[in-house]
Design a protein around this ligand. Structure first.
Ligand code: FAD
Length: 301
């Protein structure tokens, strides 16, 4: 049995790290060094993303299989509906279970190539993540997570429908949600309040993606549509010639965010690593005592 839903419901803060399956041998070595580094801080889980298509999807399975069999880490595997028939999705869920992976983060996925292109479901597939939540649940997995959007999903026409569909997805069988990256804590708090106001109290884990380079900003906006704080952009721009200063500014901003999220009662912190965990481990170190003092943790954190 997975401990994940229990940890998230217990009031103890979960700490998790997100990785992607690399496409090269060098990338694979870096992933494994990174996994060993985060293993030392005993996170609640690590999650592995699922690519938009092709061979990266098979690599997700290989990576989670190795994590399950060769580390002390709990792997959460992402799964997207896009481009798959229901029969294929059933097969993949079976492969995850055979690999010893029982915890799935369920997503609809975006159109491959251009994430902003028109969404077209596979002719024999699913249209919304809520349908995949129901399908995955039929297999008796230990936990199911879903995505949440502090600035609402970019395709949602308004907040009312966004929250209604999010809550329906949770009620289809999700145990918890992880957010899209965001940079204003108030956006997270507003989302949490909106969801709670309609009677849904699912743990919503905020995702933290530190910005340590001004060149990342446009990429972040493209990927997540997250509003980037002007003051942070200006500070990073001013420090552009000094990687050490940019690093310090990014760590400081994300650590302050993490601290406030804990104070505000977030159920945990999910760190997006891009397979380079140095920055997020520094943030984790900065707030480790806050995590400890907010609740006595059951792990070695
Ligand atoms: P859904 O919940 O299906 O929502 C999509 C849109 O449809 C929303 O606007 C929603 O309001 C609307 N909607 C839902 N139900 C209905 C309904 N019944 N009627 C009308 N409208 C409805 N992508 C990847 O490709 N691989 C990954 O590994 C990956 N990991 C991610 C991890 C996290 C934590 C997050 C936040 C995102 C991740 N993504 C990943 C991106 C994700 O696939 C996209 O953001 C996608 O656009 C949204 O997926 P969803 O699961 O929220 O979709």
């Amino acid at each position: 049995m997975s401990v994940l839903p229990d940890v998230l419901a217990s009031g103890h803060h979960s700490v998790s790290f997100e990785f992607f399956p690399p496409s090269t041998e060098a990338g694979n070595r870096m992933l494994w060094e990174s996994l060993r580094r985060v293993e030392r801080v005993a996170p609640t889980f690590v999650s592995i993303t699922y690519g938009a298509g092709g061979s990266s999807r098979a690599r997700t399975l290989e990576v989670v299989r190795s994590i399950a069999s060769e580390t002390t880490l709990l792997p959460v595997v992402h799964l997207t509906a896009v481009g798959h028939s229901i029969a294929e999705l059933r097969q993949i869920i079976g492969q995850y279970l055979d690999a010893g992976v029982q915890d799935v983060l369920v997503l609809r996925g975006d159109p491959p190539g251009d994430p902003n292109a028109e969404w077209v479901p596979h002719p024999k597939g699913l249209t919304y993540a809520s349908e995949l939540v129901r399908l995955v649940r039929m297999y008796g997995v230990s936990s199911v997570g879903v995505a949440a959007f502090p600035e609402k999903h970019p395709r949602s026409p308004d907040w009312e429908s966004d929250i209604r569909h999010f809550v329906a997805k949770c009620r289809a069988g999700a145990d918890y949600a992880i957010t899209q990256m965001f940079f204003h804590v108030d956006d997270y708090l507003r989302l949490r309040d909106r969801v709670a106001a309609v009677g849904c109290h699912i743990p919503i884990v905020p995702a933290i993606m530190p910005a340590t380079d001004v060149r990342q900003i446009a990429r972040f906006a493209e990927l997540s549509h997250a509003a980037f704080p002007l003051s942070l952009a200006r500070r990073l721009e001013a420090a552009q010639g000094s990687p050490a200063d940019c690093h310090r500014i990014g760590v400081e901003y994300a650590s302050t965010m993490a601290d406030r999220l804990i104070t505000e009662g977030a159920p945990g912190l999910h760190f997006i690593t891009l397979n380079r965990p140095t920055v997020v481990l520094e943030i984790h170190k900065n707030i480790r005592n806050r995590l400890r003092s907010a609740h006595a943790l059951p792990t070695a954190l």
